[in-house]
Design a protein around this ligand. Structure first.
Ligand SMILES: NC(=O)C1=CN([C@@H]2O[C@H](COP(=O)(O)OP(=O)(O)OC[C@H]3O[C@@H](n4cnc5c(N)ncnc54)[C@H](O)[C@@H]3O)[C@@H](O)[C@H]2O)C=CC1
Ligand SMILES: O=C([O-])CC(=O)C(=O)O
Length: 489
């Protein structure tokens, strides 16, 4: 008798039989293989085959079927979740099924796989529908329950097929399932689970956002954790919040570097591990600057998670803009320090009013000292720092503006994105030694109308370059993302 298990000893007679079946399907095809061929290859009696399987097809499906049996059983007693199924499949993947999927043509097993997949998907959908119904999040809305359950079951099957086709040994099945499920638009929202938000950056804006999220101030949202640039950064930020007595911080403390509020759960510090943050969240909020947004944004949306950028200037580069908008995750943009973007976007909407907005400009006036840049020669930096009266420090297009003043002119990109006039928005930056507040004047006109907004903002205490309202715009944006009801669009 030939050895069945090439390279690894079989763990049981059932696996010996399943391995023998896989070998024979590969050698002579599924149709031509009889149960007696399998038992003689495995060296067991025909009757003992039927102790394990009810036919040759079961040698392909048994591992997946066991997971489904277990899931149905646990689900009936209220113990199972989709995450638990993914974890169980990851820990004990269905190897003979993977082999059949990867070699479907050579084995001639395509029809069996097609029919078998449909059956398992339907079975999984039924269990998931029972589970969703029992959880009560959708009341008696059978359409919502059935649709969501069917989508989740389809995602699990699609993930198994993708995992097997890409090479079962090369990556994890549970990660593939998690990714597939996350691609269902609104799946977590529909499941009524709290939405998980990760934050990148703990500067002036990020700290405030983290403090509010950690204090549970946004309904339906939980803080998944924080991405930082160096060790100890989160603890420092929390200590500063506590020292400043920020009401939103809920008495944040730096205990262990990650506490926020007496008795509050510790905040997860992802360090610079963006992949971990992405896997643990539904939305990633960037509060870290244009360079960070350029790198993180495309990774987040490609993984099917939503990305909320405060550094809208990342969109100035055409290829980054395309990657950010490619999905499947959604791109959200903070209105930040300015307003009226909704009106301008409506006025500029292609096709509605031809030539809706044809001209747009922004003039930003900031504290001169806050505008010194690392690239400036000593003489120029001194001129800005020691200015005695307001002067125009920059005048030009959007790309140049954010390249030279990345922490100060994201608003110019926001205007370009709202109007679509990427090449034509005129930007002026005024350095004013007497400015205690930041002022942005936006002007736009075209066939839709003529608009002028003048916005004067208090500056953030921790960073005079940023307006204090920006963090609030991020918090409002998160709240509206989580509960999209009653907000202006
Ligand atoms: N859309 C808008 O209207 C506005 C946008 N912004 C943008 O928001 C950004 C943040 O503003 P602030 O909080 O005031 O700046 P900040 O300088 O106080 O904080 C930025 C923080 O991000 C951290 N950081 C940088 N790269 C990182 C990375 N790769 N991973 C993790 N952390 C990283 C820095 O260490 C710093 O702690 C600005 O750089 C600007 O691009 C700022 C104001 C208005
Ligand atoms: O906060 C502000 O007023 C504007 C700002 O820094 C930016 O657009 O980058």
């Amino acid at each position: 008798m030939r050895s069945v298990a090439r390279g690894r000893p079989p763990a049981s007679s059932r696996e010996t039989l399943a391995d023998a079946a896989s070998e024979l399907f590969l050698e002579q095809g599924y149709e031509a293989t009889a149960v007696t061929d399998i038992t003689s290859r495995a060296g067991v009696s025909r009757s003992s085959f039927f102790n394990y399987f009810d036919g040759k097809a079961a040698t392909i499906w048994y591992a997946l079927d066991e997971h489904l049996d277990d899931f149905a059983h646990r689900s009936a007693v209220g113990e199972a979740s989709l995450e638990a199924v993914a974890a169980a499949l990851g820990a004990a993947p269905p190897h003979t099924l993977a082999l059949a999927i990867a070699n479907a043509e050579a084995m001639g097993v395509g029809a069996e796989l097609g029919a078998g997949r449909a059956l398992r998907q339907a079975r999984l959908a039924a269990v998931l529908a029972d589970q969703l119904g029992a959880r009560g999040a959708h009341g008696d809305d059978a359409l919502a329950i059935e649709t969501l359950a069917a989508a989740q079951a389809a995602a699990v099957c699609a993930a198994i097929w993708s995992w097997a086709t890409r090479g079962a040994g090369t990556h994890r099945l549970d990660a593939e399932i998690q990714r597939a499920v996350s691609l269902i638009p609104g799946a977590r929202r529909a499941a009524a689970a709290p939405l998980r938000v990760a934050v990148i950056g703990t500067g002036a804006i990020g700290s405030r956002v983290v403090a509010e999220l950690a204090a549970g101030r946004i309904a339906g949202v939980t803080l998944a954790g924080v991405v930082t640039r160096r060790e100890g950064q989160l603890a420092e930020a929390l200590a500063q919040i506590a020292a400043s007595g920020d009401a939103g911080a809920g008495g944040a403390s730096a205990d262990g570097g990650s506490g926020c509020g007496a008795g509050a759960p510790a905040i997860t510090d992802f360090g610079d591990d963006l992949a971990r943050a992405v896997a643990a969240s539904d939305l990633v909020v960037e509060c870290a600057g244009i360079a960070a947004a350029r790198v993180a944004g495309p990774v987040v949306v490609a993984a099917g998670r939503d990305f909320f950028a405060v550094s809208v200037g990342a969109l100035a580069e055409t290829d980054v803009r395309a990657a950010l908008l490619r999905g499947p995750g959604a791109l959200l943009l903070a209105s930040g320090a300015i307003g009226g973007l909704d009106l301008l976007a409506s006025a500029a909407r292609a096709g509605g009013i031809p030539g809706g907005i044809t001209r747009a400009s922004i003039t930003s006036t900031k504290q001169a000292g806050a505008l010194v840049q690392p690239w400036m020669q000593a003489g120029e930096a001194a001129r800005v720092r020691r200015a005695t009266e307001a002067f125009t420090l920059f005048e030009g297009g959007v790309e140049e503006a954010v390249a030279q003043f990345p922490g100060s002119l994201n608003v110019a990109c926001a205007l370009a994105q709202a109007t679509g006039l990427w090449g034509d928005v005129r930007v002026r930056l005024v350095a004013d030694p007497a400015a205690e507040r930041t002022t942005h004047v936006i002007e736009a006109d075209g066939a839709a109308g003529r608009y002028r907004f003048e916005l004067t903002n208090a500056v953030a205490e921790a960073n005079p370059t940023s307006s204090a309202v920006v963090a609030e715009s991020v918090l409002r944006g998160i709240a509206e993302w989580a509960r999209p009801s009653g907000s202006f669009r």
